[in-house]
Design a protein around this ligand. Structure first.
Ligand code: NAD
Ligand code: ZN
Length: 249
């Protein structure tokens, strides 16, 4: 019987169209805490709902106060061995597409081209107007907030500006969701990396792929909600596991 890393390597080699599906767990080795793992962010703070953000100025203030703190961690983070292994699987043609729930931009920074990446929950490295969609850079927003407590307003339409991430209660980005669904149906190997598979609708994707005939692999420190339907489950660190399977240091 092969060891699990060798099994993963074999599955990757045999795949004609693999998809990697990443969650917060792939970025903990870069120093960004996850949400639901032990010591994760939500053991400490409640997330802010989209409706609360839109309707309450104190909530918007609280959201930007948190962003000021978490942004330092995000900016200091560098891609780790897990991100590099994913990028290698993409550049070698094994992995056709990376579906990520992460908002940290580390897949792009490790070299995954934009056209091979689907951000299901948006991107936290910039902001956008909720009304007209105009992109706003974070630096001026954060310094105005830090220095004068100013909340950002869209210069073009006067709308509310929010980080370009998808909050609970906010509609999923339609294009990203459609691309993710078609990738899940097109793949012959679906590899989950560091997701508790508890956030829907994103967490429907592995099940969809599996029901459509793809092999399902889950690499996660802890058990997930979909371990029972996977072909291979590895409860270990992503960096060392995928790094070894993809031949990346
Ligand atoms: P999650 O926090 O629900 O689950 C992460 C899982 O990864 C946990 O089960 C944990 O045990 C596992 N894990 C953590 N580090 C690991 C490692 N090094 N090796 C193997 N497993 C590891 O994350 P989720 O499923 O992505 O859902 C949380 C939501 O929060 C996502 O939608 C995402 O948008 C957002 N989020 C993003 C970031 C980020 O961009 N880096 C960070 C926190 C939360
Ligand atoms: Zn606007």
């Amino acid at each position: 019987m092969h060891d699990p890393v060798a099994q993963l390597r074999d599955l990757l080699r045999a795949a004609r169209h693999a998809v990697c599906f990443t969650g917060a767990g792939i970025s903990t080795e870069s120093g960004i805490p996850d949400f639901r793992g032990p010591g994760g962010l939500w053991s400490r703070i409640q997330p802010i709902d989209y409706q609360d953000f839109v309707t309450s100025e104190p909530m918007r203030r609280e959201a930007w106060r948190r962003k000021l703190i978490t942004d330092r961690t995000l900016r200091a983070a560098e891609p780790n061995r897990g991100h590099r292994a994913v990028a290698q699987l993409v550049s070698s043609g094994i992995c056709a597409c990376v579906l990520t729930q992460n908002i940290d931009g580390l897949h792009q920074r490790s070299g995954v081209p934009e056209e091979k990446l689907v951000e299901l929950h948006g991107n936290g490295t910039y902001a956008a107007c909720l009304d007209c969609g105009l992109r706003h850079e974070l630096d001026p927003i954060l310094s105005a907030f830090e220095q004068a407590g100013t909340l950002p307003v869209c210069g073009s339409c006067g709308g509310i500006v929010k980080t370009a991430t998808i909050s609970f209660g906010q509609r999923m980005p339609l294009n990203a969701m459609q691309r993710a669904e078609s990738e899940a149906l097109a793949c012959d190997l679906f590899v989950v990396l560091g997701s508790s598979l508890a956030v829907f609708p994103a967490a429907e994707l592995p099940r969809r792929a599996k029901l459509n005939g793809a092999k399902l692999v889950i690499v996660n420190r802890e058990p997930t909600a979909q371990d029972a339907c996977a072909d291979l489950v590895i409860h270990a660190e992503i960096g060392s596991t995928l790094g070894a399977a993809a031949g990346i240091d």
